[in-house]
Design a protein around this ligand. Structure first.
Ligand code: PRP
Length: 178
């Protein structure tokens, strides 16, 4: 697996430190209010597991599964996700947690979907942001790291369902997906 990687972009230590800061920011922002956290699977699983341990608030942690990349390195443009949720959003402070904001299609679709359920507030948090790749104009409220326009894997992010278990974020060698 490691022979497929070009460089480590964000090391375990750097990620750990940044996530601890994000946890403090979120704890201060919502100060004492209960928070509904919606994780976007599958990519968010590692980030949210670590981030949630740094949020000192009453949290209800739920998940939605969204997918638009399949086995490609570019978004299909069609975001598929389950529109049946069996938990309440109305009147609650909500934060959507993503691993990466790339074209912006996924977060835009999820924001619109959750907004229709009348939350008291709705914010977004992503570990990685690739602003150069945006095809839909959206920004996240909380960003771990700005990411260069390279195909990255690890710490939850995959290529063809592989590499999610790497403990850091790395650039995949282009010949792997060429
Ligand atoms: C990835 C990632 C985000 C989304 C971001 O999900 O986890 O949800 O793409 O890309 P966008 O800004 O271009 O929409 P993917 O569809 O690969 O599913 P996965 O989380 O199961 O890997």
């Amino acid at each position: 697996m490691k022979e497929d990687l070009k460089d480590i972009l964000f090391s375990e230590e750097v990620i750990r430190e940044r996530i601890a800061q994000l946890g403090v920011e979120l704890t201060e922002e919502y100060s004492g209010k209960p928070l509904l956290i919606i994780g976007v699977l599958k990519g968010c699983f590692m980030f949210l597991a670590d981030l949630s341990r740094h949020i000192d608030l009453d949290c209800d942690i739920r998940f939605l599964t969204a997918s638009s990349y399949g086995f490609s390195t570019v978004s299909s443009g069609k975001v598929a996700f389950d529109k049946e949720i069996d938990w309440d959003v109305e009147g609650r402070d909500v934060i959507i947690v993503e691993d990466i904001l790339d074209s912006g299609g996924t977060l835009t679709a999820l924001n619109a979907f959750i907004s229709r359920h009348s939350p008291a507030s709705l914010k977004t948090c992503t570990l990685l942001d690739k602003p150069e790749c945006r095809s839909v104009p959206i920004t996240a409220d909380y960003v771990g790291f700005e990411c260069p326009n390279e195909f990255v894997v690890g710490y939850g992010l995959d290529y063809g369902e592989k590499y999610r278990n790497l403990p850091y974020v790395a650039v995949l060698k282009p010949e792997i997906y060429a």
